[in-house]
Design a protein around this ligand. Structure first.
Ligand code: NAD
Ligand code: DAU
Length: 334
C-alpha cells in the first residue's frame, strides 16, 4: 500500500512513520513536509533510505496533485499546531490548516484516493472542571482559538467533501499527545527541558487547566484502526482516559527529576485558555476494538523524561529561540 503522510517530519507524523515502518512492512511511505520551524528533519534521518521524502507545501496544489495521483492512502497530519503561535499570528494557520486541507481534498477527490484526516479535541471548545460530561462524536463544535477554529474549519471541509463529492474520508479528533520527538514549545517538553536546563517550569494562570493525555503511539495505533476498519464518512474520537491538571504534570516532572515539587513559577495566562478537555472514546473502543497500551501516565511521563535527557542534541538547537519568544509574552506572577 502506498501511503502519503503529510507533516511526517513533525511530532505525531514522524512517530507515525517510524511505527508504520516497524509494524506495516506492506506500507510504501512518502512524506511531504514543508519543514517549518516545527519540523525536525533529524527524526527521519535514520529511515530516509526506507521512505521517499518530499520537501513541499500542502497548499501547493500541483505538487499535491502529483503526489496524491501516485498513492493509495493520504494520512493528513500537517498543520500549524500551536495555540500560542496562533494568538500572535494566525496567518500561517489559515494557510496550512484551511487552504492546505482544501488542496488535499481536491486532489483526493480528483484521484479517488482514501483520505484520513487528523484533527483535535479542541474543535469542541472546553468543559468546566466539575462538569461530568466528556466530548463525544455528537458534541457541537465550539472552538476557542485561531488554531482550533482552523482545525474545526478543516474538519467541516472534509465532511462537506464526503457528502457533496463522495470523497472516501474518515476523521479522528484526538486529545493531547505526549512522547518522544515533540517540539520544545509544547507544555510537557518545555517543562522537562526547562528543568534539564536549570530553569523553573512555567504554569499558565492557576495551573488547574486539565488536559486528557494520551501517548503518541496509542494515538497512531488508533489512526491505523480507523484506516483499517473505520466507516467512510465517520468521525472517531481518540482518548485514553488521561485527564490530569497542569500543576500535577509539572509537579510530577519535578519529582521525577529529583527537584522539589514546588520549584515552578506561575505566569500570565493564555488568552482564551480552554479550561478542560475530556474525551469519551467509547465508539473507537467498541466499534473498532482499539485499546490504549499506555495506561499509567506517570510511567509514560518518566519514559518521556528519559528520552529528552538522552536526546539533548535533538532539542537543544530550538530551545533558546522558543524561550526568547515566550519571554516576550509571559510574565512571572507568582
Ligand atoms: P507539529 O507542529 O509537531 O508538526 C506539524 C508538521 O507539519 C511539521 O513537520 C511541519 O513542518 C509540517 N507543516 C506545517 N505546515 C505545512 C505545510 N503548509 N505543508 C507541509 N507541511 C507542513 O504537529 P503535531 O503535534 O505533530 O500535530 C500533527 C497533527 O495532529 C496536527 O494536525 C494537529 O492538529 C493534530 N493533533 C495534535 C495533537 C497534539 O497533542 N500535538 C493532538 C490532537 C491532534
Ligand atoms: O488537545 C489537543 C491539542 O493539544 C492539539 O490540538 C494541539 O496541537 C496541541 O498543541 C495541544 O494543545 P494545548 O494548547 O492543550 O497544548 P500546550 O502544550 O500548548 O499546552 C498544554 C497545557 O499547558 C495548556 O493548558 C496550556 C498549559 N501550558 C502550556 C505551556 C507551553 C502551561 O501552563 N505552561 C506552558 O509553558
Amino acid at each position: 500500500m502506498r501511503v502519503l503522510v503529510t507533516g511526517g517530519a513533525g511530532f505525531i507524523g514522524a512517530n507515525f512513520v517510524l511505527r508504520t515502518l516497524a509494524r506495516r512492512p506492506d506500507a510504501e511511505i512518502t512524506v511531504v513536509d514543508k519543514l517549518t520551524y516545527a519540523a525536525n528533519p533529524a527524526t527521519l534521518t535514520p529511515v530516509l533510505d526506507a521512505i521517499t521524502f518530499v520537501k513541499g507545501d500542502i497548499a501547493d496544489s500541483s505538487l499535491i496533485d502529483e503526489l496524491v495521483g501516485d498513492t493509495d492512502l493520504v494520512v493528513h497530519f500537517a498543520a500549524e499546531s500551536h495555540n500560542d503561535n496562533s494568538l500572535s499570528d494566525p496567518s500561517s494557520f489559515i494557510h496550512t490548516n484551511l487552504i492546505g486541507t482544501y488542496s488535499l481534498l481536491e486532489a483526493v477527490r480528483r484521484h479517488d484516493v482514501r483520505y484520513h484526516h487528523i484533527s483535535t479535541d479542541e474543535v469542541y471548545g472546553d468543559l468546566d472542571l466539575d462538569d461530568p460530561a466528556r466530548f463525544t462524536e455528537a458534541t457541537a463544535y465550539n472552538p476557542s482559538s485561531p488554531y482550533s477554529s482552523t482545525k474545526a474549519g478543516s474538519d467541516l471541509l472534509v465532511r462537506a467533501w464526503v457528502r457533496s463529492f463522495g470523497v472516501q474520508a474518515t476523521i479522528s479528533n484526538c486529545s493531547n499527545n505526549y512522547g518522544p520527538y515533540q517540539h520544545v514549545e509544547k507544555f510537557i517538553p518545555r517543562q522537562i527541558t526547562n528543568v534539564l536546563s536549570g530553569v523553573r517550569p512555567r504554569l499558565y494562570g492557576d495551573g488547574r487547566n486539565v488536559r486528557d493525555w494520551i501517548h503518541v503511539d496509542d494515538h497512531n495505533d488508533a489512526v491505523w484502526a480507523i484506516i483499517d476498519r473505520g466507516q467512510i464518512g465517520e468521525t472517531y474520537l481518540i482518548g485514553a482516559d488521561g485527564e490530569v491538571d497542569n500543576r500535577t504534570v509539572v509537579e510530577s516532572i519535578l519529582e521525577l527529576l529529583g527537584q522539589p515539587a514546588d520549584a515552578f513559577d506561575f505566569v500570565t495566562d493564555r488568552p482564551g485558555h480552554d479550561r478542560r478537555y475530556a474525551i469519551d472514546s467509547t465508539r473507537l473502543r467498541t466499534e473498532l476494538g482499539w485499546q490504549p497500551q499506555y495506561l499509567d501516565f506517570r510511567s509514560g511521563l518518566s519514559a518521556t523524561i528519559d528520552w529528552y535527557r538522552e536526546h539533548t542534541d535533538w532539542w537543544q538547537a530550538a530551545k533558546d529561540g522558543v524561550e526568547q519568544k515566550y519571554a516576550s509574552t509571559e510574565q512571572v506572577v507568582g
